[in-house]
Write a protein that binds this ligand. Sequence first.
Ligand SMILES: Nc1ncnc2c1ncn2[C@@H]1O[C@H](COP(=O)(O)OP(=O)(O)OP(=O)(O)O)[C@@H](O)[C@H]1O
Length: 267
Amino acid sequence: MPALEIKELDQYFEQGTVNETRALRNINLTLEEGEFVAIIGGNGAGKSTLLNSVAGSLPVVYGQIKIAGEDVTYLPVAKRAKLISRVFQDPRSGTAPRLSVEENLSLAMQRGRWRNFWSSGVRHSDRKLFKEKLASLNLDLETRLNTEIGLLSGGQRQAITLLMATLKAPELLLLDEHTAALDPKTSATVMALTAQLVAAQKITTLMITHDMNDALKYGDRLIMLDHGQIAVDIRGDEKASMTVPDLLALFQKRSGTALVDDAVLLS
Ligand SMILES: Nc1ncnc2c1ncn2[C@@H]1O[C@H](COP(=O)(O)OP(=O)(O)OP(=O)(O)O)[C@@H](O)[C@H]1O
């Protein structure tokens, strides 16, 4: 059974008005269990719209989305929480700043069972697990279980957010430019950590990035969107032997235009 199945997905904004935008055009995409897919594309190509449709934060106009065989097309975000973990660009968005590192991790362990957390606090056995997991990040965070998350750096926070997102392996992990707000060195650390956490549990992952080197280096499949359509879909040896200039040339050949991406041009 595929981990993610998107069938004939169309998304429109301001449909029926003069400002109508067709953001996704007949997207058909299947991810097998454990696949790690990087998504790139120029400005307005539809990357965020695709992720928001899968996450449920954008209602589906036409088409169908299934996660691990379950039809989630009309399921609200909260009801998809048991299937999906999502990490955003802003390191502040995935954690509760006034809670400690261990309290945040404890919440992630319980996914949705908040009441239980407030009555029972952090369990001793969980604390041991958190220490081990934090030590594996090599960021000296295992000694800071009682530190308020808000006092940590962006990179440390994003590393903990990733840990929280994967503590209980989700059916699907959505990474939404999750290293874009970090400095280059921290971004590289968090990307390597991402690959390590995803591989350890073989988590099916969809990652938006503007960094073509990362898109080529990480994951086993790469998709390029153009005007709401999949222009490039490569994997295996084809992906492994590709360079950034090759990728840009392939994009140009398939889409008929050069890639325009402010985030790449400005970096
Ligand atoms: N809320 C909205 N209202 C109207 N149009 C929108 C809205 N959100 C996105 N769009 C349009 O839908 C298209 C796809 O946008 P989307 O944000 O998915 O692209 P993207 O690939 O994530 O781009 P970027 O890399 O620039 O963030 C664009 O033409 C965009 O202008």
